[in-house]
Design a binder for this molecule. Structure first.
Ligand code: EPZ
Length: 416
């Protein structure tokens, strides 16, 4: 397995363009199941997770072909109603094929995604609300067996603003009979992007960017051409990399309005960030400690928590970072401690004493965002850091070593 070798400490300079959002494209790809017409997506990032979703769609009978800067999709008829364990276990977002399959084909057999490194990741909110729409759901042999005579619109209230559940239910509702109301819907920008895509296919959706989304089912959805929003989490990762290495950087290709909570926290630490039309310019400055609690959008994103802990190792004072979304999302902490970071875990909080000197060492990736935190910390560590199991990184960061190398980082991919 490949590794990344970083020699720090280092500075960065120049400008980087962010790829389109993984967490927007994964549900968008699932939504191609809803139509028998051709759909074309542009600027699709070359990521492991996108490759997995493409494989799953092909398994279901979708014709997936490279087209322009992305792919075309056309599912004329279902080859099988089964989304198999070997594909779903590698990427739990595959559960998002459940709603569209029920909506269009009235049946689905989708492997339970299982947990992942950061938590048990249940899907109860997806299932109980699909049942409210008229699906019959049986869990057997590690699979969700779902069927319906035809989904009916319903008034759904999510116990928690789950991103995946909101996406699955929006897609299912777009072909259901009658109106579906999703209360306490997730507000993430990727939800709005999915809604806009579904509307471009002819869906009747209102209430996007609000906690109450209304979907009037239609008989059929047409093809479409669409490009997803920029990846706000990738952008946050590069912004934090600039701040940690005290490098003036421009990070372009995303809507800074999608990162309000992150930018506000960074500015409160003393960061100098100029918002631009399609990105930000980061200046150099000394950083002070900060307290953060992750929360559903528009709160501080859990997907930036690991990178934030890495940043706080470079800030003066003691920071407290509390993870409220996932139950086991601190696996980057022991690896950061191997580099010399002074971090103590207290319950679901990490207490970070800043400015402890970091020294390069071999470290291990455990999940996608933890891996990004290790790369950033390696930039501030004296000497060589060897980052292992980087397949985690490749799930969600397109060409990360190329992008950072173009910014002047001493980062090399080392084949095992
Ligand atoms: C999406 O996961 C993202 N993944 C995650 O990003 C992100 O961390 C998460 O939203 C929260 O923002 C994609 O978009 C592909 P949730 P998802 O359903 O949909 C609980 C990354 O690094 N829950 O909002 O799975 C769940 O256990 C990934 O890119 C239930 O209890 O997130 C968790 O505690 C990691 N029952 C919380 O809700 C359910 O039925 C948030 O989960 C569903 C969720």
């Amino acid at each position: 397995m490949d590794k990344l070798k970083v020699v720090g400490p280092l500075n960065l300079k120049g400008s980087v363009t962010i790829s389109k959002a993984k967490n927007a494209y994964l549900p968008l790809l699932a939504a191609t199941i809803l139509s028998d017409e051709k759909i074309v997506f542009g600027e699709v990032p070359k990521l492991r997770d996108i490759g997995t979703m493409n494989k799953l769609l092909e398994h279901l009978g979708c014709k997936v072909n490279p087209e322009g800067s992305g792919f075309s999709y056309q599912l004329s008829e279902l080859a099988t109603d089964e989304a198999p364990y070997e594909l779903v276990k590698t990427m739990r977002a595959s559960i998002c094929v459940l709603g569209p399959m029920l909506g269009r084909f009235k049946k689905a057999k989708v492997s339970l995604p299982g947990g992942c490194a950061i938590g048990t990741r249940p899907i109860d909110l997806h299932l109980k609300n699909l049942e409210k729409m008229g699906a019959t759901i049986v869990i057997e042999g590690g699979y969700v067996h779902a069927s319906t005579d035809g989904l009916k619109g319903a008034h759904l209230v999510l116990d928690f603003p789950s991103v995946g559940a909101t996406e699955n239910l929006m897609m299912a509702a777009s072909l259901a009979e009658g109106e579906t109301i999703i209360d306490n819907a997730a507000l993430e920008p990727e939800i709005t992007d999915l809604g806009n895509f579904l509307i471009s296919m002819g869906a009747e959706i209102s209430g996007l960017d609000s906690k109450t989304i209304k979907v009037k089912g239609v008989k059929k959805l047409s093809g479409s051409h669409y490009t997803a929003i920029g990846d706000r989490i990738e952008a946050a990762t590069y912004i934090i990399g600039a701040l940690m290495t005290k490098s003036p950087l421009s990070i372009m290709g995303f809507d800074p309005g999608h990162l309000d909570s992150v930018l506000e926290k960074l500015v409160s630490m003393g960061a100098n960030i100029e918002r631009l039309e399609n990105g930000v310019r980061v200046g150099v400055g000394e950083l002070k400690a900060v307290d953060i609690e992750t929360a559903p959008y528009p709160g501080f994103p859990t997907d930036v928590q690991a990178q934030m802990i890495a940043l706080c190792t470079q800030a003066e004072g003691t920071s407290i970072i509390t993870e409220q979304i996932f139950e086991n999302r601190f696996m980057h902490v022991p690896e950061l401690q191997r580099l010399g970071a002074d971090i103590t875990i207290k319950g679901n909080s990490a207490v970070v004493k800043g400015l402890a000197p970091l020294k390069g060492a071999p470290v291990m990736c455990t999940d996608l965002r933890a891996s990004a935190a290790l790369v950033l910390a390696a930039f501030c560590s004296e000497g060589e850091t060897l980052i292992q199991r980087i397949y985690h990184l490749e799930r969600g960061y397109e060409k990360i070593e190329e992008k950072f190398k173009n910014l002047g980082a001493r980062i090399e991919r080392v084949a095992e």
